[in-house]
Design a protein around this ligand. Structure first.
Ligand code: SF4
Length: 447
């Protein structure tokens, strides 16, 4: 598949609104067009989109070696709240209620607290599900409590060795930080996800990391792994591609079980893999191993939206659905009996308690190697002023989005907002990130 040329990337136009088709129909057409449609496909069958990123700041308090931000990001002011609200409404118009909206950045906790709370509240008021994407440094217990009260559904902590956090030299050592973040969420109605960038330096540690997540099942809902991609300001030069298959194999090693990553497809198979396990007594069991049964159940449960923050609510919602769908009783009873038999020793060891643990693998593309088919079938979008675009494409031409002036409409009238403010002057070594910082350090060493 030939890569998109720079001219094609520059000329790319965001998705427009399809007033005649439902969001689900639009997604299904995109899947069919990319030859990704099948009974196992969630996009276009259950969901119109995987998630939409809402970047509310370009600033970050870390400097990851595989960062997707631009070298200009630290100079860009936070976009006005009116524009953030307009983009939230735009997400709703494109994809409808229950859309997963990633409140992200940079690190969104660097935004003013009252504004961050207002943004989360607005997403929830529109009937969508906000996720806080953070490195956790400033996500205090107090802030998480306030965000949960404002309607936050998920918190996703990005913790890994690309961050070079002082005092933590390996993924194993970083587990102390992960555990501390989990403690901050204790008792809150939030579902917790951990994001890990997979690179040559931590690839061998993935099985042990999965074993750590396994011990935390019940507190961790999703473990997400992103294979390294050359995009943005990061200084890491990747030496080879880490495939989704290779990451899946490492996850299975740590899980101690085979996992069927093909039962529930999330968009293009070269972009994402999804697996779901049950945990009982410290062991993991593949929940989606019966692909035919899952494919039969999928259309019947397509409209079922479960509460991710409260297990009790999710169970009640599922039982209510089950009560009104008697034609599925026999199939579900058979599946349930087989699964309970398969898990009997774990269930006994865990005193009957069963948790779920999801695995997500994502393969972002290098900025210089965008595949048009995947971009067109993208289910992980970023909302721009003009509309949603593939995250990969957004990262490949980030400056053209973040450096563009924005016309902001307020009750007092329209004004043109300029992204570069006083912060643009702060290009000293203290504020530079990524390759700019590396260059400044090299210059300093030479002089
Ligand atoms: S962001 Fe990139 S890798 Fe992810 S779904 Fe979109 S095109 Fe695929």
């Amino acid at each position: 598949m030939p890569c998109m040329t720079q001219a094609e990337i520059d000329a790319f136009v965001p998705n427009s609104l399809h007033e005649d088709d439902t969001p689900l129909e639009v997604a299904r057409q995109a899947m069919e067009h990319a030859r990704c449609w099948s009974p196992s496909q969630q996009m276009g069958g259950r969901w119109p989109i995987g998630c939409v990123a809402l970047e509310i700041t370009q600033r970050c308090n870390l400097d990851c070696t595989l960062c997707y931000l631009s070298e200009h990001s630290e100079s860009v002011r936070d976009i006005p709240l009116e524009e953030v609200f307009r983009r939230i409404d735009l997400i709703h118009r494109h994809y409808g209620p229950n859309t997963d909206v990633q409140v992200t950045g940079g690190d969104p906790t660097l935004r003013r607290r009252d504004e961050l709370l207002a943004i989360v509240r607005r997403v929830r008021e529109r009937g969508m599900r906000p996720t806080l994407m953070t490195n956790g440094r400033k996500a205090t217990r107090n802030l998480l409590e306030a965000l949960a009260a404002a309607g936050l559904v998920d918190v996703a902590f990005h913790v890994d060795t690309t961050q070079h956090v002082k005092g933590y030299r390996s993924e194993a050592e970083l587990n102390a930080l992960r555990a501390a973040y989990l403690d901050r969420c204790r008792g809150l109605p939030l579902s917790v996800m951990f994001n890990t960038t997979v690179h040559e330096g931590n690839f061998d540690e993935i099985p042990a990391l999965v074993r750590f997540f396994r011990t935390q099942a019940g507190r961790v809902r999703t473990a997400s792994f992103q294979a390294q991609a050359q995009t943005g300001r990061g200084v890491h030069e990747k030496k080879f591609d880490i495939t989704l298959d290779a990451v899946a194999a490492q996850i299975e090693r740590g899980a101690g079980t085979a996992i069927n990553f093909a039962s529930s497809l999330v968009g293009h198979p070269r972009c994402s893999r999804y697996g779901l396990c049950f945990e009982a007594g410290g062991r993991l069991y593949d929940a989606l191993d019966d692909a035919e049964f899952i494919a039969r159940l999928k259309p019947a449960t397509a409209h079922l939206v479960l509460d991710r923050g409260k297990r009790g609510n999710a169970a009640k919602q599922f039982l209510a659905w089950l009560a009104s769908n008697p034609r599925h009783w026999a199939g579900i009873l058979r599946w349930f009996t087989l699964k309970a038999w398969q898990m009997k020793s774990g269930i006994a060891a865990g005193s009957g308690r069963v948790n779920t643990l999801s695995f997500l693998i994502h393969g972002f593309m290098d900025a210089s190697a965008l595949d048009r088919e995947r971009v067109n079938a993208c289910v992980f979008k970023t909302m721009t002023a003009e509309g949603p675009v593939s995250m990969c494409l957004h990262n490949a031409r980030r400056d053209s989005y973040i450096l563009q002036p924005i016309r902001v409409h307020t009750p007092q009238g329209a004004r043109l907002w300029q992204p570069l403010g006083a912060a643009a002057q702060r290009h000293g070594i203290k504020h530079a990130k990524g390759r700019s910082r590396q260059k400044l350090i090299e210059q300093r060493t030479l002089t």
